[in-house]
Design a protein. Structure first.
Length: 301
């Protein structure tokens, strides 16, 4: 499923510079989410969870299956109500209908309107979001191009899209009304490296324009390369929170050297030792596959 909330096009450049922004876009205090079914014990998805997210941040929410990631996004999107606690998105209760034009939500499940083409699908979503039909056509076309679905916009049905295409279409639906807050559940699931790069670049651009993005994902490398801060969940509780430097940093300093032969490198190591330091290891630096893919893609264009 998906839910779209906002008004403007998905391009980060379309975020109005003069739009009033709330310094803290998301505020969560002591949130608990419990699921109850007849004849069984309640299941706690989240407990004692608090969070602050400012504008312009890309927050990654990590954790194993069942840790509460999707429940958190559901509460923030207003599709799920917590059992206790206080939650505010852009200063309002997440169930406030005015947020339908402020908050975009890409959930993980299958898309509806499966007999529609991608173009017709987005037109229907735009109507549900209250976007006038005379305005929705141009926005839909721009979004389809932005998520690289222009070639299949009127040639396939939603049911016949690949998994990656369907995920990109769901993202386009969440972006239809140009959300100030974008909530994404596994946004790169099923995407090839090209699609993942497209999505990650789009999210960085939105954050740079002042938007707020919250991503729940299992793709650790993408989270590490994209998010400015991370929250880790375990058993429905916050296990860790901070910037990547705070969570992954050590007391060691990394020295990157290029252009030295083995003899000169040995002299550098000796100098470090003379100064009281210790060279833990020396090895050829290796880039990530994602970085290699990005560099090769740029070289081909």
């Amino acid at each position: 499923m998906f839910a779209a909330p906002h008004d403007s096009i998905a391009s980060s450049a379309s975020l109005p510079a003069a739009r009033e922004r709330v310094q803290l876009t998301i505020e969560v205090d002591d949130l608990a989410v419990c699921y109850r079914s007849f004849g069984s014990e309640p299941v706690t998805a989240l407990a004692d969870f608090s969070l602050r997210v400012p504008a312009g941040e890309i927050l990654g929410v990590l954790g194993p299956n069942g840790s509460g990631k999707s429940s958190l996004l559901g509460v923030l999107a207003g599709s799920l109500v917590g059992s206790q606690g206080r939650v505010r998105v852009l200063g309002r209760n997440p169930t406030d209908p005015t947020l339908l034009r402020e908050v975009g939500f890409q959930a993980e499940g299958p898309l509806p309107f499966r007999t529609c083409t991608p173009q017709a699908f987005l037109v229907r979503v735009a109507a549900l979001c209250g976007i006038p039909r005379r305005r929705s056509r141009a926005r839909v076309e721009a979004l389809l191009a932005q998520v690289d679905l222009g070639a299949v916009a009127s040639k396939r049905t939603v049911a016949n899209l690949s998994t990656g295409m369907a995920r990109r279409l769901a993202l386009a639906a969440a972006l239809l009304v140009d959300p100030r807050v974008l909530l994404l559940d596994e946004p790169t699931s099923g995407l090839d490296p090209e699609g993942s790069l497209l999505v990650m670049d789009l999210l960085r651009a939105r954050a740079e324009a002042g938007g707020t993005v919250v991503i729940a994902s299992h793709h650790l490398q993408e989270i590490e390369q994209t998010c400015t801060r991370v929250v880790m969940l375990a058993g429905g509780r916050k296990a860790a929170e901070g910037t990547l430097d705070q969570l992954l940093g050590t007391e060691e300093d990394e020295l990157v050297v290029a252009g030295l032969d083995d003899d000169r490198m040995a002299r550098v190591c000796t100098t470090i030792a003379d100064l009281g330091g210790r060279v833990v290891r020396t090895q050829r630096r290796r880039e990530h596959l994602f970085a290699l893919f990005r560099r090769l893609r740029r070289g081909a264009t």
